[in-house]
Write a protein that binds this ligand. Structure first.
Ligand SMILES: NC(=O)C1=CN([C@@H]2O[C@H](COP(=O)(O)OP(=O)(O)OC[C@H]3O[C@@H](n4cnc5c(N)ncnc54)[C@H](O)[C@@H]3O)[C@@H](O)[C@H]2O)C=CC1
Ligand SMILES: O=C(O)CCC(=O)C(=O)O
Length: 212
């Protein structure tokens, strides 16, 4: 498996709720974000984009277009720029037969829902690209929505530190469980995550007394 560190270079398609927060949190850890795109355009800076300045620019200009801390590039080529880790955080279906063959990233973190279609999955697998699937990679949002529901029914309020600590516990366990599934069944992370999810739903359905 290719190696990964916080010093790896990242590339983001999409700089909305998901993409901009991912970029902020990664850059706080020392990650180098080398290209970012949104609906207005795309920018690249191989030395690393200053994410705080980019956020200020996006707040003022409503998009990454015109940001002076990088060179403007063709938004259509963003997915295939040089990088270690690609984060599609905009639309579904963008990693397809046409784009997959030219992707240079060694890892893809699916922040958007369903960014990779099945044909692309096969191409990426043959190239040795590791894909962290949407169902796992972007499940933090819906997990915190679950925490909100839990607090609401108890009439209780957690502070931010408590939310983050609980989230870390759930996400770390989720990742370990998926990895275990992959090891047991010799499958990729997407198959591992789906198998685990389907098994859990099936088990819960039986426990509730709903038989097929
Ligand atoms: N907001 C959330 O809590 C969660 C969102 N997601 C998924 O993440 C993805 C993004 O969601 P949000 O960030 O909430 O949406 P958003 O609307 O806040 O941001 C979308 C971003 O994608 C960009 N974009 C749109 N079309 C584009 C194009 N053709 N090329 C490049 N960039 C383009 C927009 O300019 C914007 O920066 C969606 O697939 C969503 O389903 C997944 C889990 C949680
Ligand atoms: O806020 C949530 O419940 C998560 C939303 C989500 O997962 C999504 O937009 O795909």
């Amino acid at each position: 498996m290719p190696s990964l560190s916080w010093k790896s270079s990242f590339l983001h398609q999409g700089f909305g709720n998901v993409g901009s927060w991912a970029a902020q949190l990664l850059s706080e850890q020392g990650a180098k974000i080398v290209a970012v795109s949104d609906i207005t355009g795309a920018i690249k800076n191989s030395s690393g984009i200053d994410i705080t300045s980019l956020l200020n620019h996006v707040n003022e200009s409503r998009g990454v277009k015109g940001f002076s801390g990088g060179d403007s590039i063709d938004p259509n080529s963003i997915l295939v720029e040089d990088c270690d880790i690609l984060i599609p955080a905009a639309l579904g279906g963008v990693i397809n037969r046409d784009s997959a063959k030219d992707i240079k990233a060694k890892f893809i973190i699916e922040a958007a829902n369903h960014p990779t279609d099945p044909e692309a999955d096969e191409i990426l697998s043959k190239k040795g690209v590791v894909v962290l699937p949407d169902i796992l990679a972007n499940s933090g949002g819906v997990t915190v929505s679950y925490f909100e529901w839990v607090q609401n029914i108890q009439g209780f309020m957690w502070d931010e530190d408590k939310v983050n600590a609980e989230l870390k516990t759930y996400m770390t366990k989720g990742f370990k469980d998926v990895k275990e599934m992959c090891k047991t069944h010799n499958c990729d992370l997407r198959m591992g995550a789906f198998s685990l999810g389907v098994n859990r739903v099936a088990k819960a359905t039986l426990l509730r007394g709903w038989e097929a």
